[in-house]
Design a protein around this ligand. Structure first.
Ligand code: XLS
Ligand code: NI
Ligand code: NI
Length: 440
């Protein structure tokens, strides 16, 4: 087979002292942390779209990326070359999983029939390469946002022909995800939102969106697809307001339409920050609602108000994200998908490797630190102590549902001295720093 990344050989772990940029400093895949290997904790995945398909185009200029498969002129030849390159890339980076949209891997044809047959041809090749290279599909998804037909949305469109098309496309995307052994299936509602309420029936759109998701659940049952369904929240972009705004909004939607037992949540760091939350907040919100499904690993730019999808390099954030993942008992069957792209000026193929190494090392470091923090327990113990007044006497009675307003009023009337204790935020932040700096 052709070699697409000639200048880069297999990346291996060399440890934190290494000065070789083409090596892992913290990600040592088979090293055991607690009860499982780093590979099993982190379940890293390659995003097909940002890695193979994207070319660096932005609103102000055309693509910049130098990619050895770009000399293929025929669309299907290009799709095949990309697929081969994808597996070489995963192999060289020791990535076990990948994720894709239907339209990333195969081009659209003149109609849905031709598009589906393009997909089938590529899926056959993909399946074979997966077997040969021992790679797995973390999740598949349908791109229901790029084509102009989705201008008013897919599940939330006003046009029944588009709704039907979306359903047909979705059905096929679930079929191929099953065919490739996908462990999850993601719904990201790229155009499921509005620009103005002046032309929108929000209630109708949400009802219809729920109808589409119920059909997906029914279809999965019909064909025996066992993967976990996931919704990926994002507050805005491309629409001004996306219905799946954040974890809390998605949970409310799922519960209203009785979809909550079929769906968990795929949380993306940059979407969390766009919603005005931290990544940790979103993960914790999902975790305490038993809805943490998977993570899209990336980071935004604090000075920019859009989804910059940068590779994660902030150790503080990855530490707190992994802290939540560990408290959740792991992320499987989800994983950590690098929904991240190299900057437009990082156009050499080598930059793709350097970016993934940065992201993988940053999460590996976060995992190490989070594990130690949990094991030693300075944060857990502090929090436990902070709420300890609810462990005995009247506090315990409240928790056990034994008393109401009358008893509490009596207690408050008799209790003349209320004493609070410090929240010690700065001390705790300093402890996290200490753990990050101490870990070698
Ligand atoms: C876009 C989303 C998208 C989903 C998959 O902002 O992150 O890439 O992850 O459709
Ligand atoms: Ni994403
Ligand atoms: Ni995104």
């Amino acid at each position: 087979m052709k070699e697409y990344f000639k200048n880069v050989s297999k990346i291996s772990y060399e440890g934190p002292e290494s000065k070789n940029p083409y090596s892992f400093k913290y990600y040592n895949p088979d090293e055991i942390i607690g009860n499982k290997s780093m590979r099993e904790h982190l379940r890293f995945a390659m995003s097909y779209w940002h890695t193979l398909t994207a070319d660096g185009t932005d609103q102000f200029g055309i693509g910049t990326m130098i990619r050895s498969w770009n000399n293929e002129n025929d669309k299907m030849d290009l799709a095949k070359a990309r697929m081969e390159a994808a597996f070489e890339f995963m192999d060289k980076l020791d990535l076990d999983y990948f994720c894709f949209h239907d339209r990333d891997i195969a081009p659209e044809g003149k109609d849905l029939t031709e598009t589906d047959s393009n997909l089938d041809e590529i899926v056959t090749i993909c399946k074979d390469l997966m077997k040969k290279n021992n790679k797995k599909l973390l999740w598949g998804t349908a791109n229901l946002f790029s084509n102009p037909r989705f201008v008013h949305g897919a599940g939330t469109t006003c046009n029944v022909d588009v709704f039907a098309y979306a359903a047909g496309q979705l059905k096929k995307a679930i079929d191929i995800t099953k065919e490739l052994g996908g462990e999850n299936y993601v719904f990201w509602g790229g155009r499921e939102g509005y620009e103005t309420l002046l032309n929108t029936d929000m209630e109708f759109e949400l009802d219809n969106f729920a109808r589409l998701l119920h059909m997906a659940v029914d279809y999965a049952k019909e064909i025996g697809f066992k993967g976990q369904f996931l919704i990926e929240p994002k507050p805005k972009e491309p629409t001004k307001h996306q219905y799946d705004f954040d974890v809390a909004a998605v949970l409310a939607f799922l519960r209203k339409y009785e979809l909550d037992k079929y769906f968990k949540i795929n949380i993306e760091a940059n979407h969390a920050t766009l919603a005005g939350h931290t990544f940790q907040h979103e993960i914790q919100t999902a975790r305490i609602n038993n809805a943490l499904g998977s993570l899209d690993a990336n980071q935004g730019d604090p000075n920019l108000g859009w989804d910059t999808d940068q590779f994660p390099t902030n150790i503080y954030d990855t530490t707190l994200a992994m802290y939540e993942v560990l408290k959740n008992g792991g992320i499987a069957p989800g994983g950590l998908n690098f929904d991240a792209k190299v900057r437009r000026a990082s156009f050499e193929p080598e930059d793709l490797f350097l970016a993934y190494i940065a992201g993988m090392d940053t999460f590996a470091k976060g995992l190490r630190v989070a594990y130690k923090l949990l094991e030693d327990g300075p944060i857990e113990n502090f929090i436990k102590e902070k709420y300890s007044s609810f462990n005995s006497k009247i506090g315990k009675d409240i928790i056990e549902g034994k008393i109401g307003f009358n008893e509490l009023e009596k207690y408050a009337l008799e209790n003349t001295s209320i004493e609070n204790k410090s929240g010690r935020q700065e001390m705790l932040e300093s402890i996290v720093n200490q753990y990050i700096l101490e870990d070698k």
